[in-house]
Design a protein around this ligand. Structure first.
Ligand code: AMP
Ligand code: MG
Length: 518
């Protein structure tokens, strides 16, 4: 099987001169060469047929070599796997060197004029593993695998997943960090993206005051991933920063649209291409609550709660600006771009929320209408996905509105008195506003159903897939994977998944509570 291997990152950028796999501080380098750990008894659980096609792996996937390569048994001929060196701000504080502690880049390939980096997650130790084992467990791997592909089909910029395998080895984890470690099944996800470069790759070099390597990495990133920006110059670097801001904004506005909460928006988890990356303790908003985060490790401060995600992106962009400052030496110009983000993100949020409401024309009071909606949505637990999906059925008769969206309410008994009155006021304002729209009702609802998904990967759904998979039954993984390829379609056969989170999942580990343990 001949793959079109075109390695760039490990050819053009400086490498760590040490080859052994000891944990260490790496300087003046962008990566270290490593070898994946051989799993003892690997087996394939699932593959993404879209990614097989995208990569041109149709024939390759039929050979035993496919599992060997994407579980770490064999290294592709003429390739040199490596772990990237990066740092990051974790929960607001500089954390120093982090790096690919359990991700190993296999190679970059080209297919149909596109370049893809292939990476294994959970394939063993690297110099960046710090005090951990470089491995990943089945539950978190299923979550990453399913969600990467679900996000892609929702139209959210994301890294992709090619395959999910069991390693055949056991991995010790203390799920809730409460002194109850247990052995779990080890797994490996093969991830794919045009590049896995993060904000943190730049930050670590800036922290080391290594302007030379910083410039090399910057020029590399622009040459291969932002070639339209032109030759290296201060102007090009500023345009690069502007575009990273725009792409990151686009990503986070999509998150707000579909109700995705990343959970760990540290700068090492921010892709330089504006892709959603590193699916850890993420979650999907069920009841509309701007303060919600699925990550129990962040429950005290809720830094990465749903409502603040666009502002956290700005904070992260500021860290990137600081990191690349030595190449630009004009803080004012970088600040101007950050100020633009601050204004543009408000506009982008408004436009996105308007599209969810089926509003296309410009009206003065739209911002107020949306703020009012957010206020009423929080009065009683209301399912975000179901509410917006059902809203497309609202034909403009305020009297029938609550009936149309009733399935979104977790406690229908609460929708009376003051709360009911507030809903009625909001719906009558909305009805008046809809009358001003030039689009027909049919056009409007069709459009709304193309931005308000019917199916998302709720935590409890992923958990059901995990529970079954722990017993060797992969049918739910396949069912969810297939359904989530068409999240905007009605798909009557999957109607049972268009439902509020069941009560049993309210306080269950994995459903409402997730830690960083993975
Ligand atoms: P995360 O918050 O999962 O993005 O990870 C933060 C850092 O910890 C990254 O440098 C990861 O590579 C590293 N890390 C997380 N889990 C492990 C593990 N099991 N073994 C080695 N490194 C890990
Ligand atoms: Mg990470």
């Amino acid at each position: 099987m001949k793959l079109n291997i075109k390695d760039k990152f490990n050819k053009d950028l400086p490498s760590d001169p040490i080859f052994e796999n000891s944990r260490r501080q790496v300087r003046n380098a962008c990566f270290s060469f490593v070898t994946p750990k051989k799993p003892s008894k690997p087996s394939l659980i699932h593959v993404s047929s879209e990614m097989i096609e995208t990569l041109g792996f149709e024939e390759f996937a039929k050979t035993p070599n496919f599992l060997e390569v994407f579980s770490g048994v064999k290294v592709l001929p003429n390739t040199n796997p490596y772990a990237m060196c990066y740092g990051g701000h974790q929960f607001g504080n500089w954390a120093g060197q982090l790096g690919d502690g359990r991700a190993i880049n296999l190679a970059e390939i080209e297919n149909k004029d596109k370049s893809w980096a292939l990476q294994l997650k959970g394939a063993g130790e690297t110099p960046y593993s710090r005090n951990a084992d470089g491995l990943a467990v089945l539950r978190s791997s299923i979550r990453e695998y399913l969600c990467s592909e679900a996000m892609f089909h929702l139209g959210v910029p994301t890294t992709r997943a090619l395959s999910l395998s069991l390693s055949g080895d056991e991995v010790l984890r203390d799920v809730m960090y409460d002194g109850n470690p247990a052995n779990e099944k080890g797994a490996i996800v093969a991830r794919v993206a045009p590049s896995f470069i993060r904000f943190g790759n730049f930050e670590i070099l800036a922290a080391q005051r290594d302007d030379k390597t910083l410039k090399t990495l910057m020029d590399f990133t622009i040459k291969h991933h932002y070639p339209h920006l032109g030759k290296p110059s201060k102007g090009t670097y500023l345009r690069f920063f502007k575009e990273v801001c725009l792409r990151s904004m686009d990503m986070v506005i999509h998150w707000q649209r579909v109700g995705f909460v990343h959970g760990v928006m540290n700068t090492d988890n921010m892709s330089i291409l504006g892709l959603t990356i590193d699916y850890g303790p993420y979650g999907w908003l069920e009841d509309y609550n701007l303060d919600w985060t699925p990550n129990t490790t962040d429950s005290a401060h809720k830094r990465y709660r749903f409502g603040t995600q666009p502002q956290i992106v700005l904070w992260n962009l500021l860290q990137l600006a600081n990191a690349i400052y030595p190449l630009i030496e004009d803080a004012g110009l970088l600040q101007d771009i950050l100020n633009e983000y601050q204004e543009e993100v408000q506009e982008a949020y408004l436009e996105m929320m308007k599209s969810k409401l089926g509003l296309f024309d410009k009206e003065e009071d739209d911002r107020k209408l949306i703020e009012d909606l957010e206020e009423v949505l929080e009065l009683s637990e209301t399912d975000m996905t179901i509410f917006f999906r059902l809203l497309a059925d609202f034909k403009g008769e305020a009297e029938k509105a609550l009936e149309a969206v009733k399935d979104a309410f977790y406690n229908p008994d609460e929708i009376k008195g003051k709360i009911e009155a507030k809903w009625k006021i909001w719906f009558s304002q909305y009805a008046v506003r809809l009358e001003k729209e030039s689009k027909s009702v049919a056009e409007r609802s069709k459009h709304m159903n193309s931005v308000n998904p019917k199916y998302v990967l709720r935590n409890y759904m992923a958990q059901l897939a995990i529970d079954a998979a722990e017993d060797g039954d992969y049918s739910i993984i396949d069912e969810l994977f297939t359904m989530l390829k068409k999240p905007y379609d009605e798909q009557k056969t999957y109607q049972k998944w268009f439902a509020r989170r069941p009560d049993w999942a309210r306080h269950k580990v994995g459903c409402s509570m997730l830690s960083c343990s993975s």
